[in-house]
Design a protein around this ligand. Structure first.
Ligand code: FES
Ligand code: FES
Length: 170
């Protein structure tokens, strides 16, 4: 008995049968057990957003999530964005607007953007939404607030905001 727990992880439409130490984070599981290294480790403590992936369509920090808690949910990582309708548009807009420099934060930014646009479409307010009775326009202030959990050490924020604005307005 090694204390490992059997789980079935569904990532990018593929099922993986694994036996994991319950202390393994989803981030380490993706990178080290499944060789899906597009998801990046920045801080490993929930502060930078580099590890953002989608779980049942919601954005989460994979570094804070035990992999064994993800048994049976649908996980989408940056590797699947090329075949994802909205993800493709977001990636193209990041390219068009120079929304990255070193690219280390970019996979997290793109996953976060895809979920954020869905949150906005469903009428969810942000901390800067003033009128909670109306759907908020996706202004630059709204975009910056809704993306505040994704840091970029290169400071590519202007390009990131322009890219998100373009996709939101399309
Ligand atoms: S690596 Fe997960 S939030 Fe920074
Ligand atoms: S592009 Fe380098 S950290 Fe964001």
């Amino acid at each position: 008995m090694n204390g490992h727990i059997p789980i079935c992880l569904r990532v990018n439409g593929q099922a993986y049968e694994l036996s994991l130490d319950p202390r393994v984070s989803l981030l380490d599981c993706l990178r080290e057990h499944l060789d899906l290294t597009g998801t990046k480790k920045g801080c490993d403590q929930g502060a930078c957003g580099a590890c953002t992936v989608l779980v049942d369509g919601e954005r989460i920090n994979a570094c804070l999530t035990p992999a064994v808690q993800c048994d049976g949910v649908e996980i989408i990582t940056i590797e699947a964005m090329a075949g994802h309708e909205l993800g493709t548009k977001v990636q193209q807009a990041f390219l068009s607007h120079d929304g990255f420099q070193c690219g280390y934060c970019t996979s997290g930014q793109i996953c976060s953007t895809v979920a954020m646009l869905a949150e906005h479409r469903h009428g969810r307010p942000s901390a800067v939404t003033e009128d909670l009775t109306e759907p908020a326009a996706l202004t630059d202030t709204e975009i910056r607030e809704r993306m505040a959990g994704n840091l970029c050490r290169c400071g590519a924020y202007n390009g990131i905001v322009a890219a998100i604005r373009e996709v939101a307005e399309a």
